[in-house]
Design a protein. Structure first.
Length: 503
């Protein structure tokens, strides 16, 4: 083991020389040598010492290799490539050093495997409690109340803004639900975002007699993501005091728009994001993985300590004045989740944001096929982690360690006859099962047994999607509505504007 660890240290020193003055010119040669060395040494280390710590070192080495491959691929601008690869390398190497030091300390203190088992199951229980309590809180606070009726003359004007590209039946269904609305001061504007088919503009124009306004979208510049530019064009055309943005998979009951606005007025908020009822559970196992995992990220993760707010892009409404105060879409021209920025801005400026569930009184649903849900996850997951492989590695270790391994720890505790650990792990598994089954139920507004027995596998599916998203952004391409969004996303600033989110 000493020889292998020494070799790993030598490879690490070699890797760090890439960013030394004068050596950046031969970076690809050094990166190739480091990749080869990491692959061989980390594999041998794990093969000879099939232990928990060696597995973590192997995982971190895999992401170091991904980072070195970024240098070989050379897709980013030179200055950005230097900064992001150096940061990732330092972060991952430091993490490996920490794991190694903990292992040495454990050996010196003669900590037994049973002791580590108890430490791990207690940490898993603590994590499960935090996630469970956070989810319970959010499931309670996001419940919508039946809004008070507001006289028609007191309702603000509302613009519903829908970007559409290469759409057919979904767009028809969405517009059909919108034109049936009973909202008295309503305009509906749909932008054809340079569709490649002729059906999309035709569908929009077919609804002209019902009051739907057609806008021919312009081609965005390199400074914009196409969807955000479509939002910006729609905003410029809108006349409403309130602006509601939605995708073509959204369906509205006749009373939905009025209920949403009345809820917004009753809560005295400037922005609301809504959790719709998903109408496509189907029999596919992915149905309990993709969308519920998305909701779990918003509902189960404690966000207050980071100043974050839960949000969804399906349907959100904001006052025109608040949108302009936040800098409109030009402030987030390259963000895959612009609504997250506006939600955070609204929350930090007078507590003017709410995240709410749709209910029968609101009647908002989503009819998004699994293929589209999967494509959305690939498009958004890696950018949500600021396109940082080190955060992907951390997410993998955290999700698997806190959501999947508790079930393995329960089995191991039973095999070893460590009954206190059995009790602790059983409680952890019960909490996680209730948590995830509740979020699956929220997604489809019905109880699904698949949401119970698939709990240990949901994190593995989420991690696979995240890593696939990372791989596509870093080394391939991400196609969204017929466009490759990789270049504008990867070359943009990896964080949302800071100056507008201070308390």
């Amino acid at each position: 083991m000493t020889l292998l660890l020494s070799l790993l240290g030598a490879i690490t020193v070699l890797e760090l020389t890439i960013w030394m003055p004068g050596l950046w010119q031969i970076r690809k040669f050094i990166a190739c040598a480091a990749i080869l060395g990491l692959s061989v040494v980390s594999g041998l280390l794990f093969g000879q010492h099939f232990q928990f710590w060696a597995g973590i070192l192997l995982i971190l080495s895999a992401y170091r290799i991904v980072n070195l491959l970024r240098i070989l691929e050379d897709r980013l601008q030179p200055k950005q490539l230097v900064e992001v690869t150096r940061r990732t390398s330092v972060w991952l190497i430091t993490s490996q050093i920490v794991v190694f030091l903990i292992t040495i300390l454990s050996n010196k203190l003669a900590i037994t495997s049973n002791t580590w088992l108890y430490v791990i199951v207690l940490l898993q229980l603590a994590a499960a409690l935090v996630l469970f309590l956070s989810a319970v809180r959010h499931l309670r606070t996001t419940q919508s109340q039946v809004p008070s009726q507001v006289p028609a003359q007191n309702l603000p004007t509302l613009s519903v803004l829908v970007p559409a590209r290469n759409e057919t039946s979904d767009l028809e269904a969405c517009l059909s639900s919108l034109i049936s609305s009973d909202y008295p001061k309503l305009e509906i504007i749909v932008l054809d975002d340079c569709s490649q088919n002729k059906r999309t503009p035709g569908i929009i124009k077919d609804f002209a007699q019902s009051g739907v306004r057609f806008i021919a979208g312009k081609t965005p510049s390199k400074a914009w993501l196409a969807k955000n530019y479509a939002y910006e064009q729609l905003t410029e055309e809108a006349n409403g005091e309130l602006l509601l943005f939605c995708g073509v998979d959204t369906r509205f009951s006749p009373h939905s728009l009025r209920a949403i606005v009345e809820t917004m007025l009753a809560k005295d908020k400037q922005m609301i994001s809504l959790i719709p009822k998903n109408t496509r559970p189907g029999m596919n196992l992915e149905a309990v993985f993709i969308q519920p995992a998305r909701y779990a990220w918003e509902l189960a993760i404690p966000r207050r300590w980071r100043g974050r707010t839960p949000v969804l892009s399906t349907c959100w409404i904001i006052s025109a004045a608040q949108l302009q105060a936040a800098g409109s879409f030009s402030a987030v021209s390259n963000s895959v989740s612009p609504e997250a920025y506006f939600a955070r801005y609204s929350a930090h400026h007078g507590d003017n944001y709410s995240f709410l569930q749709s209910n029968d009184a609101i009647g908002l649903t989503s009819d998004k096929p699994l293929s589209e849900q999967r494509a959305t996850a690939v498009r958004t997951r890696y950018p949500q982690l600021h396109r940082r492989p080190e955060l992907v590695a951390l997410t993998l270790l955290t999700e698997v360690g806190t959501l999947t391994l508790p079930f393995a720890a329960l089995a191991l505790s039973i095999i070893r006859g460590a009954w206190p650990a059995v009790v602790i792990s059983a409680v952890t598994c019960i909490l996680l099962t209730i948590l995830y089954a509740s979020i699956v139920r929220l997604t489809y507004r019905e109880f699904l047994w698949r949401g119970v027995w698939t709990v240990p596998f949901a994190p593995l599916y989420d991690i696979s999607l995240l890593n696939y998203s990372m791989w596509q952004y870093e080394f391939r391409e991400v196609i969204w509505k017929g466009r490759n969004v990789c270049i504008p996303v990867m070359q943009s600033t990896p964080v949302l504007p800071r100056q507008t989110v201070s308390n």
